[in-house]
Design a protein around this ligand. Structure first.
Ligand SMILES: [Zn+2]
Length: 75
C-alpha cells in the first residue's frame, strides 16, 4: 500500500510505503499456560488481529521511516 505523504527529509510530498509493526505485548513474554490462554483470548477478541500496531511509513525517495500512528483504522 502506498500513499502520498509529506516527507520532512525531502521537504515535499512523496510516495510512502506503509508498514505495520505489532507492538510487543506483555502476553508474549508470559511463558505460563495462563499467559498463552490470555494471548489466545486477546487475539480472538480482536477478531484475530492485534490492535496494538505501530504504523510506519517509509519515504520511497529518501528511505526515511516515520512513525505515523494517527488514524484509528484498527479500532
Ligand atoms: Zn523523503
Amino acid at each position: 500500500m502506498t500513499s502520498s505523504t509529506y516527507c520532512k527529509a525531502c521537504n515535499k510530498p512523496t510516495t510512502h510505503k506503509e508498514m505495520l509493526v505489532r507492538k510487543p505485548s506483555s502476553y508474549d513474554t508470559d511463558p505460563s499456560l495462563m499467559g498463552k490462554i490470555k494471548l489466545f483470548a486477546h487475539t480472538f477478541i480482536n477478531g484475530g488481529h492485534y490492535y496494538d500496531m505501530d504504523r510506519y511509513i517509509t519515504c520511497q525517495d529518501c528511505g526515511k521511516r516515520t512513525l505515523d500512528n494517527k488514524g484509528k483504522a484498527f479500532e
